[in-house]
Design a protein around this ligand. Structure first.
Ligand code: UGA
Length: 436
């Protein structure tokens, strides 16, 4: 009988820390291991670096109850029969996910745990990885269960405790049931399947979301061309349950630490087996073109020429994170657009509620643009204000005060987040995306 209540979690990033804190919240005794010493030292004091609702509270509660402990050494999981691997699988130069940290930690854990062991792979890994891992570990003592995560940044705790589904892929029914038991108090259907299906399902979901978001952005551009309103069009689409209401908001392109990496990983897998996957390839290209079109549109609004130079123009940017509700700027379309504007000669001053000037170095490695702590500082002497992340607080900006700061009264809202009448009522010209 596997003691499911003693659980090891390796990795204390977004996924690992959420998993560890939520499992402790569900009553398990969790040993969470990360090799980043300073991060572990802070976590032991209850200091959570990741901006994620409820996460810090759950970590503190776990520490207080004694059900959550943090360590730097893998030896901490020695007494655990279930070990959840939440390690990064970054894309290599060819787009193929690098699964070496998952493999090496799995082998290290296998050497440390003497009794029966179930390794739960939460990291996003290409189909075939769990089988290969199981074969490389050898013997019947250790089993592998693929348990892909579907957490969204900014909602990870909620998504963990109230998921739409839990996916468990494995070959040994007892191992799958041990992991199912770990989730027994989570109210969600459990889909039991094989290793490869579980692994591919994760990629297929993110690939589909990318296709949907790219399609929405193309429809928004079409709306601009024919004088339709994307908000109205999306409402009609959303009313069809076959389409669904999510991922119908246009923006400057999709990004983040998952969709770009996973579409590359999916295309790499497809390429290896000679499957076309033309739709996902097109979605990736469309995303790049969409971003370029936005930059051309901003350039044209300022210079009258989409290919013009932006030397001497000052642009105020609102939003740098890849979406609202997170402090993450990895693969952020907002940062990519800002870089392109800078490359055309513009001077960019950016404000984001989640990454102020203290974190400027992390956002802007080359010092290409300036990060400020107040939206009105971004507006100062700007010829245009461009909204690139859908933070709701941008609606509450004092637009009359902003008008007094700017050099030109133009707002380009690439997220359709502002209230047009408020902004125009204060004297600005307003341009949304796909809105006449
Ligand atoms: C995504 C998936 O939604 C999660 O299910 C998955 O677990 C996660 O990746 C992962 O693989 O770990 P996340 O990257 O947090 O989650 O972000 P999303 O909320 O999916 O947004 C992704 C991108 O699409 C963002 O840039 C967002 O702005 C963009 N997007 C989203 C749109 O442009 N329009 C929309 O309507 C929705």
């Amino acid at each position: 009988m596997i003691a499911a209540e003693r659980v090891g979690v390796v990795g204390a990033g977004y996924v690992g820390l959420t998993t560890a804190a939520c499992l402790a919240h569900l009553g398990h005794h969790v040993r969470c291991v990360d090799n980043a010493g300073p991060r572990v030292a802070r976590l032991r004091r209850g200091v959570v670096d990741i901006e994620e609702p409820q996460l810090a509270e759950l970590v503190s509660a776990g520490l207080r109850s004694g059900r959550l402990r943090f360590d730097t050494g893998l030896g901490a999981v020695t007494g655990c029969a279930l070990v959840v691997l939440c390690l990064p699988t970054p894309a290599g130069w060819d787009g193929a996910p690098d699964v070496r940290s998952v493999t090496s930690v799995a082998h290290a854990v296998a050497r440390l745990v003497a009794g029966p062991l179930v390794l739960v792979v939460k990291s996003t890994v290409p189909p075939g990885s769990a089988r290969a891992l199981h074969e490389s570990l050898g013997g019947d003592r250790i089993d592998v269960v693929s348990n892909p995560e579907f957490l969204r940044e900014g909602r990870s705790v909620r998504d963990f405790l109230h998921p739409d589904r839990i996916v468990l892929g494995g070959r040994c029914a007892a191992a799958v049931e041990a992991v199912a038991a770990m989730y027994r108090s989570v109210p969600a259907p459990i889909i039991r399947t094989d290793w490869a299906s579980a692994e591919l399902a994760k990629y297929a979901c993110n690939g589909f979301l990318a296709v949907k978001a790219s399609y929405t952005n193309e429809v928004a551009d079409l709306c601009d061309a024919v004088g339709a309103d994307v908000t109205e069009v999306a409402a009609v689409m959303a009313a069809d349950p076959r389409i669904g209401r999510h991922f119908l908001a246009p923006g400057p392109g999709w990004g983040g630490s998952c969709l770009p990496k996973d579409t590359r990983g999916l295309l790499d897998t497809a390429g290896r087996v000679g499957a076309p996957l033309d739709t996902v390839r097109a979605a990736v290209e469309s995303n790049t073109h969409h971003r370029d079109r936005l930059v051309r549109r901003i350039t044209e609004a300022l210079t009258g020429d989409p290919d013009g130079h932006l030397d001497g123009y000052r642009i105020g940017v609102l939003g740098l994170t890849f979406k609202a509700g997170t402090d993450d700027t990895r693969d952020s379309p907002a940062v990519a657009v800002v870089r392109q504007l800078c490359a055309r000669g513009a001077t960019v001053t950016a404000y984001d509620p989640a990454c102020g000037s203290r974190r400027a170095a992390a956002v802007d490695h080359d010092g290409e643009f300036q990060v400020v702590d107040e939206p009105l500082l971004a507006a100062k002497s700007a010829s245009v204000i461009v909204v690139l992340t859908e933070w709701p607080e941008f609606r509450a900006i004092d637009w009359s005060a902003a008008l007094r700061e700017v050099a030109g009264p133009l707002v380009i809202d690439a997220r359709n987040v502002l209230d047009r009448s408020t902004v125009t009522g204060c004297g600005f010209s307003y341009r949304g995306l796909g809105r006449p």
